[in-house]
Design a protein around this ligand. Structure first.
Ligand code: APR
Length: 313
């Protein structure tokens, strides 16, 4: 019987894309194709990473390319192409530039890997996932945006630091769009099974929530020349792994809502069951009035962006 390794294509050989490739190789998850409009960057980084194989002991074929043909047969595609933020910019400021890049990328992908699962990372995340969905015209279970895993990871890391407990014992969820209106859910956050609300005063909790909301901007402010990439890429690769291993994890991600939570034809961060069929189900949590109001306003912000995009094109 012929066996073939899984194949993941990473679009964009910048900071997020190349670090995705690094995590994939280190986990020996799949062979990797790194595609970038800048062919030299894609080829150079692929070659460099492949040469780490003998040191780290991973067997993964890693190639760089500017040709979409090389992505054919991918099981998963992670899209990171697009500009990152500069200090003072919001993710929304990237809208028109990255929408053009996203259309360009998805037009290439549509031809060569119409059956892949697609994970979008480029910002503004929820709107870019919508653009990818519209361009690729694939079933909704095959396309999702990575944001919730990252926002949740940031929230967990801040909690772990504050309480001096293992990150592994924190269960948290952050819903809504990947922007300043995202909705961390303290009522549904558990530390070793204990509700977070019992473990820290309200003001402290509020401060951590706020830091989570602006977690990306905090890093942009420090880096000055780009945006975060270690945690975003780790998060995207975790989603890919969840699909490839059919793990059926419940993780927050930007999934197409068609009536869930009252939203129609909108990609926004919701808890989803992710497995071998991609987004297998959107989980509808019971929210209290305040949580629903916050999620609604976050969803409305995403909707406004998508409307703005439609006017642009
Ligand atoms: N096709 C393919 N690749 C492209 C295209 C295109 N049309 N346009 C740009 N790229 C590539 C660039 O050549 C560059 O290598 O996308 C890459 C982006 O890399 P970086 O500038 O390093 O940006 P990065 O930090 O990786 O962020 C990428 O992810 O988290 C988001 O907000 C972030 O939207 C940004 C994206």
């Amino acid at each position: 019987m012929e066996h073939r390794r899984k194949k993941i294509s990473v679009i964009g050989a910048g900071f997020v894309g190349s670090t995705c490739a690094h995590w994939i190789a280190a986990k020996e998850l799949a062979d990797v194709v790194i595609l970038d409009i800048n062919e030299g960057a894609a080829k150079g980084k692929a070659l460099d990473l492949a040469q780490a194989g003998p040191v780290e002991g991973f067997d993964a074929k890693i190639i760089g390319t500017a040709n979409y043909k090389d992505t054919a047969g991918s099981d998963v595609v992670i899209i990171t192409a697009g500009l990152p933020r500069k200090p003072g910019m919001s993710r929304d400021d990237l809208l028109s530039t990255n929408a053009k890049i996203m259309k360009d990328v998805c037009t290439g992908l549509r031809e060569f890997c119409p059956n892949a699962f697609v994970i979008v990372v480029s910002n503004p995340l929820d709107a870019m996932t919508y653009v990818a969905y519209e361009t690729m015209k694939m079933p909704k279970n095959r396309i999702m945006g990575m944001a919730g895993v990252l926002d949740t990871a940031r929230f967990k890391m801040f909690i772990s630091e504050e309480l001096n407990v293992s990150v592994e014992d924190i269960q948290a969820i952050v819903l809504g769009g990947h922007g300043d209106t995202m909705v961390p859910m303290p009522r549904h956050t558990l530390v070793g099974g204990v509700p977070l609300t019992e473990l820290m005063p309200k003001e402290k909790l509020e401060a951590l929530i706020q830091r989570t909301r602006t977690g990306g901007a905090e890093i942009v402010g420090l880096l000055k020349t780009g945006s975060a990439y270690y945690a975003p890429s780790a998060s995207a690769v975790q989603m890919a792994e969840t699909i490839l291993k059919d793990k059926k994890r419940i993780i927050p991600c930007a999934a197409l809502c068609e009536g869930e939570y009252g939203y129609k034809n909108l990609f926004v961060g919701v808890p989803a069951l992710i497995g071998g069929s991609g987004v297998e189900k959107i989980i509808e949590m019971k929210l209290n009035d305040e949580e629903k109001r916050m999620l609604d306003s976050s969803a409305a912000a995403v909707k406004d962006l998508v409307e703005a995009l439609k006017k642009l094109s």
